[in-house]
Design a protein around this ligand. Structure first.
Ligand code: ZN
Length: 70
């Protein structure tokens, strides 16, 4: 039989907070919130990066269209 009463702690090595029994997540609430925040920041960074790449791509695409036929 599997022991479901095993004490689990937050996977964050700096945190190690004991998780309540039946808690579904590997990280405690605080760490999960922090993770979400980090993910948002990363997405923001990616969004800015994608925006820059997209504008470069647009320049390349329009440049190709503007080029007269040889
Ligand atoms: Zn934690």
């Amino acid at each position: 039989m599997k022991d479901d009463n095993e004490i689990r702690v937050c996977k964050n090595k700096k945190c190690q907070k004991v998780l309540p029994s039946g808690y579904k997540h590997k990280y405690c609430e605080a760490c999960r919130n922090q993770h979400a925040q980090t993910a948002k920041n990363v997405l923001k960074g990616i969004g800015a990066g994608v925006g820059a790449v997209a504008s470069v791509a647009v320049v390349i695409v329009t440049g190709g269209k503007i080029n007269p036929k040889k």
